[in-house]
Ligand binder design. Structure first.
Ligand SMILES: [Zn+2]
Length: 259
């Protein structure tokens, strides 16, 4: 599979690199203020290039990885997802959802409006509020343009020497086959600690707006932490620890007066 994917990856990386080089050469100001985040962002990747790349990654994931055909599972993700998307004000695009068959609890989002969750995650989320916490977090990454921001800094590094590595898995290391796919798509980098904590906070806002109980986000992370202690693989090092996440979530929920 690796061999088959490589030529396209090289093309994609080259295309992204060229696009960034053009932006840099033109001296276009690419630092934009993001209102949701309340901070400036460096965005060098043209949106079209980002969309093209992430659509390709999604198509490949769907084509090569086993997905659940259980209508109840897919329907659950879609129902919760649509409520969150509406709360986030992102109904201007068509969202796609898929449930990947893997025991590793994980979820990911692509900037081209696709959300993937694993069967392991669906088992772990005890109720729809907890699933809403996961999807709220994922949708927040899109609103925050975290992928474009990460790809921008990655592309700058790429123009020098470093090759971009890593899997865009969100709840730790992405399950086997998915990790390989995301690693091939150079622009899709793992999110940083700051990105994760931002997405946690914004995700809680969307949960509340959609009518879900925000305290279930804390419960989800407690379950996740307990499961990890019983031998599930460690989080990627770029991720905040479970304790930090739980503490910051509780603080944010209290600060906003959520119940
Ligand atoms: Zn995340």
């Amino acid at each position: 599979m690796t061999r088959a994917v490589r030529p396209r990856t090289l093309r994609l990386r080259t295309a992204l690199g060229a696009a960034v080089a053009v932006v840099l050469a033109a001296g276009v100001g690419a630092c934009a203020y993001n209102e949701t985040l309340g901070r400036n962002q460096l965005l060098l990747i043209p949106p079209d290039a980002m969309m093209q790349q992430s659509n390709a990654a999604w198509a490949e994931a769907i084509r090569t990885q086993p997905t659940s055909r259980d209508p109840a599972q897919v329907g659950r993700v879609r129902a919760v997802g649509d409520r969150i998307v509406q709360a986030a004000g992102l109904t201007d695009r068509r969202w796609e959802y898929a449930v990947f068959v893997s025991d590793t609890p994980n979820a990911f989002v692509l900037p081209s409006a696709q959300i993937g969750v694993t069967t392991g995650l669906l088992r772990l989320a005890r109720n729809d509020d907890q699933l809403a916490a996961v999807i709220g977090h994922e949708v927040a990454h899109v609103v925050a343009q975290h992928a474009a921001e990460r790809a921008s800094s990655g592309a700058i590094a790429q123009l020098g020497v470093a090759a971009v590595q890593g899997a865009a898995g969100d709840y730790g290391q992405q399950a086997g086959g998915l990790a390989a796919i995301f690693a091939q798509y150079g622009g899709l980098l793992p999110f940083s600690r700051r990105d994760e904590l931002e997405a946690d906070r914004i995700g809680v806002d969307y949960m509340v707006r959609a009518g879900y109980r925000p305290t279930e986000a804390v419960e989800l992370w407690r379950t996740m932490a307990a499961q990890r202690q019983s031998g599930v693989p460690e989080f990627a090092s770029t991720h905040p620890s479970d304790a930090t996440r739980i503490q910051q979530l509780q603080q944010y929920i209290a600060q906003r007066g959520y119940r």
